[in-house]
Design a protein around this ligand. Structure first.
Ligand SMILES: *Cc1c(COP(=O)(O)O)cnc(C)c1O
Length: 397
């Protein structure tokens, strides 16, 4: 039974703050504090190294992978947690290229998050086999898929505009052309219903500190379609992805199934916190969550547009064509966002002029959305952004 009042009560949101940045860093679930304490004081402290067996630390990457798998339509045993998303992107692209040795092009789009493009580019350069990374406009992706493409690597939700790619259609086209399909679900997992099984994607990756609320630096996840995993040769062949890590063989043999996508020692305390955070999804229907997310974002767009003419909607107007965020362009967007944050409404800013607002039905309410819209319109109507303190760029925007 989906109950958003109950799910909001699970989070510790600071008094007086309207948090519209869960698309960058999810807020802290109250249970995270106790779970971190338990892991440190009741497990690490008394158990020392025996915690890997006694407290089940070694199995957490697979267990958490399965919990996330349920949110993205991936069968049990096909998703594992570890490392950062950038690393998981690298792993997926490297494995995809080995599956298509005669092809030399990776296709992506310029709406992708730069780290995905940087990681692919770095990999292709170090392979030294003449691969190239082809980056086209998001609207041109479908037409650019042909039989020269080894792998299509896309992020479903554009981090700036929230524009949503059609996973099913693009995956079908990639497969028809014989290419491997890699989806980055960084802004999708926990934000919208996804059915990886139905769309038949080969690889999917994502992070857990955005809509999954796993906390700053929480590990990423990777999914490989079950019928493919036995052919996948991990490029990052670390000991914990080995078939028998404690045999300490000198030669690498990939582990069974998805366990081969593990690399090294996983972050136990951070995984425990993520485990606690995922409880928030236990009684939530992702369809109900999506419906509420659309209600929140539709209200924000209509109230901002009614109250201030100086901003321009960057996100698709059709709610079915965007993820769970809304972006507006404003020339002084950085200063306006700083002014908003000073008033307790937290969104973020992406250069050169985009103000981003993420909506998470687990804890955001319609009242908060109206409050945020009213504050934004007031700041713009009164030039409330026009103060030196709001114009100084911080390291993280
Ligand atoms: C947030 C995000 C990342 C960040 O990668 P990290 O390695 O976790 O820092 C990468 N790709 C996409 C698409 C993202 O949205």
């Amino acid at each position: 039974m989906t109950d958003f009042e109950a799910s909001r009560a699970r989070f510790d949101l600071p008094e007086g703050v309207t948090y519209l940045d869960g698309n960058s860093l999810g807020p802290m679930p109250k249970s995270a504090v106790e779970r971190a304490r338990q892991t440190i004081a009741d497990e690490w402290g008394p158990m020392l190294i025996t915690g890997w067996n006694k407290a089940g630390w070694m199995n957490l990457p697979g267990q958490l992978g399965d919990r996330i798998g349920r949110l993205i339509g991936a069968p049990a045993g096909s998703t594992v947690v570890g490392d950062t998303l950038s690393i998981k992107v690298y792993q997926a692209v490297a494995s995809a290229l080995e599956l298509r040795p005669s092809r030399k092009t990776v296709l992506s789009d310029n709406g992708n998050f730069p780290s995905d493009l940087y990681m692919a580019d770095g990999l292709l350069r170090s392979l030294g086999q003449g691969h190239d990374l082809k980056v086209v406009d998001p609207e041109a992706v479908l037409d650019a898929i042909d039989e020269s493409i080894a792998a299509v690597m896309l992020t479903q939700v554009d981090y700036r505009s929230g524009r949503l790619h059609d996973i099913k259609k693009i995956t079908e086209k990639a497969h028809a052309a014989g290419a491997i399909m890699i989806w980055d679900l960084a802004h999708s997992a926990g934000a919208l219903p996804i059915d990886l099984t139905a769309c038949n994607a080969d690889f999917a990756v994502g992070c857990t500190y955005k809509y999954l609320n796993g906390g700053p630096g929480a590990p990423a996840f990777i999914h490989v379609r079950p019928d493919l995993i036995d052919q996948v040769r991990p490029a990052l062949s670390g000991w914990l992805g080995h078939a028998a890590p404690f045999a300490f063989d000198l030669d690498y043999r990939p582990g069974d199934g998805i366990s081969r996508m593990r690399v090294g020692t996983p972050p136990v305390i951070q995984m425990a916190v993520l485990d606690a955070a995922l409880d928030a999804f236990d009684d939530i229907s992702m369809e109900a969550l999506r419906a509420r997310s659309i209600e929140l974002s539709e209200r924000f767009i209509s109230e901002v547009e009614a109250g201030c003419k100086q901003v321009e909607l960057v996100s698709p107007r059709d709610p079915q064509a965007r993820g769970s965020q809304v972006s507006f362009r404003f020339a002084e967007g950085y200063a306006a966002m700083q002014a908003l944050i000073a008033r307790g409404v937290i969104g973020d800013f992406r250069a050169p002029d985009t103000m981003r607002f993420g909506f998470c039905p687990l804890y955001n309410t319609l009242e908060e959305v109206s409050h945020a819209a009213a504050e934004l319109c007031d700041i713009i109507a009164t030039d409330g952004w026009d103060k030196p303190a709001f114009k100084t760029r911080k390291a993280v925007t």
